[in-house]
Write a protein that binds this ligand. Sequence first.
Ligand SMILES: CC(=O)N[C@H]1[C@@H](OP(=O)(O)OP(=O)(O)OC[C@H]2O[C@@H](n3ccc(=O)[nH]c3=O)[C@H](O)[C@@H]2O)O[C@H](CO)[C@@H](O)[C@@H]1O[C@H](C)C(=O)N[C@@H](C)C(=O)N[C@H](CCC(=O)O)C(=O)O
Ligand SMILES: Nc1ncnc2c1ncn2[C@@H]1O[C@H](COP(=O)(O)OP(=O)(O)OP(=O)(O)O)[C@@H](O)[C@H]1O
Length: 508
Amino acid sequence: MAEAVPDTVITGTHDAAAVLISGFTHDSRAVQHGDLYAAMAGATVHGAVFAAQAAERGAAAILTDREGAERAAETGLPVIVVPSVRPVLGPVAACLYDQPSAHLKMLGVTGTNGKTTVSYLIDGGLRAAGYHTGLIGTVETRIGERAIKSSRTTPEAPDLQALLAMMLEDGVGAVAMEVSSHALAYGRTAGIRYAVAAFTNLTQDHLDFHADLEDYFEAKAKLFTPGYTEFSVVNIDDPYGRRIAQRLTDADQPHWTYSAAAEPSAHWRAAHVEPAAEGSVFTLIGPDDCRVPASVQLPGGFNVSNAMAAIVALVAAGVEPQTAAAGVASVAGVPGRMQRIDAGQPYLAVVDFAHTPDAIGTLLAALRPVTRGQVRVVIGCGGDRDRGKRPMMGAAAARGADEVILTNDNPRSEDPLAILEAAAAGAREAIATGAASAVQVIPDRAEAIARAVAASRLGDTLVVAGKGHEQGQEIAGVVHPFDDAAVLRTAIERSLTEGGASERSMPL
Ligand SMILES: CC(=O)N[C@H]1[C@@H](OP(=O)(O)OP(=O)(O)OC[C@H]2O[C@@H](n3ccc(=O)[nH]c3=O)[C@H](O)[C@@H]2O)O[C@H](CO)[C@@H](O)[C@@H]1O[C@H](C)C(=O)N[C@@H](C)C(=O)N[C@H](CCC(=O)O)C(=O)O
Ligand SMILES: Nc1ncnc2c1ncn2[C@@H]1O[C@H](COP(=O)(O)OP(=O)(O)OP(=O)(O)O)[C@@H](O)[C@H]1O
């Protein structure tokens, strides 16, 4: 390992060179017998504080920096001291697990919105091409048919490399994975070189973590450089995508651009787009007179863009265009992303994960053309995260929906009413400047959903947004079971039994 990481010093009373390492973790609470424990500086505490705990749990050695060296040495374990721990986590983990990603076709997706959706669509295309697949992202990690719940969008490097090693052992040939900006800023994917990386879009999010939008952009832009990827696929309908494409052109790096808005300069364009509540049909036009009939089972124009990202990435990874399009078309749905809830009600009911101002605006705009009546949205904002986006989310909801019910998302450690007030202020501001929306605040999420269901009529659209696939609601540090899809379905079923109005039993 000392060769893999420059400026490494190994200390301790043992013969460090002879120590056998069987696993690797950055969390003392997860240490297992024989693990290397990475003790690093965090935003709140230095991991070396937990060196003794790691030793008690059976750690074989400690990897740390100069700041942590003394505490780590007190354990009596061999200590590997590097200038900074985070940047070496990926290369060290890759080395310990024998470079699993070198034997896998890796496809990475980044962008503020669409990572999960595009990853699932890529997975569908890879399966159609005959691959045994792996999937890593916000909703779950999948190794073939086996699903493991995710706690991060992109796992920390030791966990990520361990997952890739498990995939390889299971016979996985290709992996679709989400690459978050946190992962790029922290180097969680260091040690992986992607065959293809795709960029969907960039709008405001995560400004609790990134200094500003430019810092957020530069974190994402890293993925589209030769050290990270062999080939880039970039959405040039997005202004930040255009900046990345320009950099790739200037540096003569291999890439394809795509545009759902039929931008003539794009390598890949969508034509003859037919949107419907069930999804969209379109023709994909690409280089060398390539014309592929394509479709996506997820409603909304932005899902045409997501389908394009997936098909183009698959083709860049060597999949035949027709096979890629057929695989993407075969994906029946993505948990909590434009997920239709059908319980026999005469209106469209959808659960969606939109939790940024842009995603809410895009979501509501996409639902408007497939709605004959009113668009109604139930939405809240998460606590302990980007505060600046709350009024913007309230405003986006008020501009896009006829009726907005503001409710709790995951307030976490914050005062739920203060979060709701910030979102309501944005909604009021939007109404003052022309948005024609009725806004009410119902903090209890189940009650808000029930009230929205009670108000919904034939031809309306009801969307419960913000929590998507999540199975819990975090209030004051406690996670209570809560599943938007289940709560919405139950509320609809109850309203149909209790209501009985003839209007309610009519087909959509
Ligand atoms: C903002 C952020 O990403 N923070 C990450 C950061 O936390 P931190 O710097 O505060 O760490 P810390 O609490 O000071 O602890 C320092 C070190 O001591 C260790 N420790 C701590 C306590 C203990 O008992 N034992 C122990 O070993 C920690 O594992 C850590 O290595 O380092 C920790 C260890 O690597 C991460 O778990 C933690 O992710 C937190 C939990 C998190 O919520 N991250 C989110 C925001 C995130 O990464 N999200 C992205 C994107 C999502 C999206 O696109 O929507 C994702 O990829 O999931
Ligand atoms: N291409 C897109 N453009 C704009 N909005 C989108 C796009 N794709 C999805 N969305 C919206 O963003 C929400 C989140 O989508 P998705 O989970 O695929 O993105 P993500 O990047 O993985 O987000 P996260 O990392 O927060 O999970 C969706 O529920 C939808 O409302």
